[in-house]
Design a protein around this ligand. Structure first.
Ligand code: BTN
Length: 258
């Protein structure tokens, strides 16, 4: 059972999650975060938490089904616009992997660009949206994890969903997991600001993609290549015998053995 007082009791952060906006039911925590920003009510570190969502959003306009038992939060931050701006999704991914491990012992991994996986099954995902004014971006980082529920993302059938309860030895307290994600996110957000390249190397450590084969569409041609890594903008670097390619989104990917 999600409970704001219990989340606050476990929260050990300095900034992230100092203010929690709790809902039993809402359209989407990312939409609520956007409303707080638009009405100038948002502060750095605000966290929106809900039990269920009626209009949960996933990447590429997918629906994110949000039954009770899942974890649905959005974290509001601000950062300077730079070549590293996309790495906020990576920062959240690393935080989720470490928080999940610390709380449940489950060793999940990351799939480019925003998926939290366990042995090829989807455990969760991240949706970051940014509003830029001048050289400052206000970021909404939405996190959905199949904690005690299994979420089937209706528009993406390429892999099965799995939940933390199925994987962990003991059932997972979502309140504790939210507080731990905030703590890990705060730690890695400061790494992101001070040494963003460290975010890339840590993300790669948790993703296991280097050297894997990938097939994608490029200007009407189907390319087969090998993943070399990601650059400082979080884009995928691919090489085949002829040349190098940079992928900025998962849209053209046909298959990938990772
Ligand atoms: C994906 O894998 O496609 C990303 C899923 C992100 C879902 C979370 S749930 C909390 C936040 N609010 C939303 O509407 N979406 C994100």
């Amino acid at each position: 059972m999600i409970n704001k007082d219990i989340i606050q009791k476990f929260m050990k952060t300095n900034q992230i999650g100092k203010r929690i906006f709790y809902f039993g039911y809402i359209d989407s925590t990312n939409l609520e975060a956007a409303r707080l920003i638009e009405t100038s009510k948002a502060q750095f570190g605000d966290v929106i938490v809900t039990k269920t969502q009626s209009a949960g959003k996933g990447q590429q306009d997918n629906v994110w089904q949000s039954p009770e038992g899942g974890l649905y939060i959005s974290i509001i931050t601000a950062s300077k616009v730079s070549e590293y701006s996309n790495l906020i999704t990576f920062t959240a991914g690393i935080a989720c992997i470490e928080a999940i491990k610390n709380i449940s012992g489950v060793k999940a991994d990351l799939k480019w660009v925003n998926d939290i996986m366990y042995k090829g099954n989807k455990l969760g995902g991240i949706l970051t949206q940014s509003f830029t004014r001048g050289d400052i971006s206000t970021n909404i980082t939405g996190i959905g994890i199949n904690a005690n529920s299994v979420n089937i993302n209706a528009d993406n059938k390429s892999y099965e969903a799995v939940s933390l309860t199925e994987l962990a030895e003991n059932s997972v307290d979502i309140n504790v997991l939210i507080a731990e994600i905030c703590l890990c996110f705060e730690k890695y957000f400061s790494v992101y600001q001070q040494n963003p390249e460290k975010i890339v190397s840590t993300w790669l450590k948790y993703s296991n993609i280097v050297g894997k084969q990938i097939v994608f569409d490029n200007d009407d041609a189907e390319i087969v290549g090998t993943i070399q890594g990601v650059n400082n903008s979080g884009h995928l670097i691919i090489k085949n015998e002829e040349k190098s390619f940079i992928l900025t989104s998962t849209k053209g990917i046909k298959s990938c053995l990772y």
